[in-house]
Write a protein that binds this ligand. Structure first.
Ligand code: DGL
Length: 275
């Protein structure tokens, strides 16, 4: 039988933090990971461009027989998901599903915060889209939430260029964390609203006071997906479970293999594709 994997898409390596959690919570499922490393970062690109690139990726994953695609990228979820779900999906593949990372994250944040003081660290695109404050207001179930945001434009390039363990990385991370802590002295919850950021979490933790809870999205998205599949067996039944995980990148397969192997802690084989 032909494989029907869950498609996982990101602008680059960040979505691997989501894939890792998905593999744990859905063992044996087939996955097709696609990183648009040739065009990363998305965070500084316009709405139109992020939408165009993300739609290309979703169409490609559909063509590779993925009935369900997880956009494991906040920037793409903020700028492209709604259009894809409402305008494109009904035309190109009404029976398929495309899910993002913002809604599950927002629901978790609203559940976790005790005093309603929430900080969002994200790309320029995610922060300027205001998706988090807007969605937090919508899904906080009456809890009053005050949100401050900080765009961290250097963090994705640090990860994509594997500059994580450097003084440069430390400099930018410290600066952005200090900025957000200044914006609200009562923060009790900080969401890493970019799937690349958990790869920097060791340094992030150094600068965030212990009383502030740092939320990473991998586990949150994985838990919600499991719940979604239980509620939607018509989608779950289409997914094959032969334990195949395929990695594809729009950049050099060799570079992808080296970096992804480091991040996932196991050997990764990838191939190059064109969108
Ligand atoms: N991982 C993407 C996100 O969650 C990074 C976007 C980018 O390429 O700048 O927003």
């Amino acid at each position: 039988m032909k494989n029907s994997p869950i498609g996982v898409f990101d602008s680059g390596y960040g979505g691997l933090t989501v894939l890792k959690a998905l593999e744990k919570i859905l063992p044996g499922f087939d996955f097709l990971y696609l990183g648009d490393n040739a065009r990363t970062p998305y965070g500084t690109r316009s709405f139109e461009v992020v939408y165009e690139y993300t739609l290309q990726a979703v169409k490609y994953l559909f063509s590779r027989n993925c009935p369900l695609v997880v956009i494991a990228c906040n920037t793409a979820s903020a700028k492209a998901l709604r259009n894809i779900q409402q305008l494109d999906l009904p035309k190109i593949a009404p029976e398929n599903r495309v899910l993002g990372v913002i809604r599950p994250s927002v629901e978790k944040v609203a559940e976790i915060t005790k005093n309603g003081h929430v900080g969002v660290l994200g790309t320029v695109g995610t922060v300027t889209s205001n998706s988090y404050p807007i969605e937090l207001e919508k899904w906080s179930k009456g809890k009053v939430i005050s949100t401050v945001q900080e765009a961290c434009p250097m963090w994705v390039p640090i990860v994509e260029n594997n500059e994580i363990e450097t003084k440069g990385a430390e400099f930018f991370i410290k600066k952005n964390i200090q900025n957000i802590l200044q914006k609200d002295k009562d923060l009790d919850t900080l969401i890493l609203a970019c799937t690349h950021y958990p790869l920097l979490s060791k340094i992030i933790q150094k600068y965030v006071p212990e009383k502030i809870k740092i939320l990473e999205q991998g586990q949150i998205v994985a838990d919600k997906l499991l719940d979604y599949l239980q509620r939607h067996p018509e989608i779950g039944d289409k997914l094959t479970k032969s334990g195949n995980v395929i990695f594809q990148t729009t950049e050099s397969a060799e570079n992808f293999e080296n970096t992804a192997s480091l991040f996932l802690g196991r050997e990764v084989k990838a191939c190059n594709i064109h969108l």
